[in-house]
Design a protein around this ligand. Sequence first.
Ligand code: GRF
Length: 217
Amino acid sequence: MGRLKLGILISGRGSNMQALIERFADPDSPAEVATVISNRPEAAGLARAEAAGLPTTVIDHRGYADRAAFDEELDLALSSAGVELVCLAGFMRLLTPEFVEKWRDRVVNIHPSLLPAFKGLDVHNRVIASGVRITGATVHIVRPEMDAGPILVQGAVPVAQDDTEDALAARVLAVEHRIYPLAVGLIAEGRVRIVGDRVEIDGAAPVDGALLNPDAL
Ligand code: GRF
């Protein structure tokens, strides 16, 4: 079986993209990055992808009449690169239901909260304001509704009492960089089955123990 061909979509700095590139750089790994596509010409992630020797494409959404026209161009670029799994990595565009259905079960996303809590933008400020003690990150299969779809992997971190947005974002991002390569690796190894609204993973065991916050009495 060949390596699973990944197409990574970015809009910004591309640190999750970088984590995927590093995880699948080894020719013996189960996946390979076939292409990196940005909807913003100024995305810092483009230079990181080029530095890794990967083909990059800019599809500037401002040059398209509507979402459908943009998504058609995206579909063409992904198909012509032979992409089998689309990885959204800080890609700040909503995809049309038509695109998502065409690529059904073949688009994954990372979101910086424990979904289904805190969908959408400005996540860390809303997490802090809400008073929850634990947050995290989620990798999920993409469905037409924003930040929804079968969950592949989650990672949890504590929220500190005096947290700032930046401090919390950095703590969550470190977890994102672990769970995105893990989730894509599980798919590439053929260990993931989507059953209704849930994902089943062959040979997956839950971690032992619990994260309590605060820990001290
Ligand atoms: C990450 O927090 C990701 O969860 C969210 O957008 C951010 C992208 O960061 N979807 P980067 O571009 O991967 O560094």
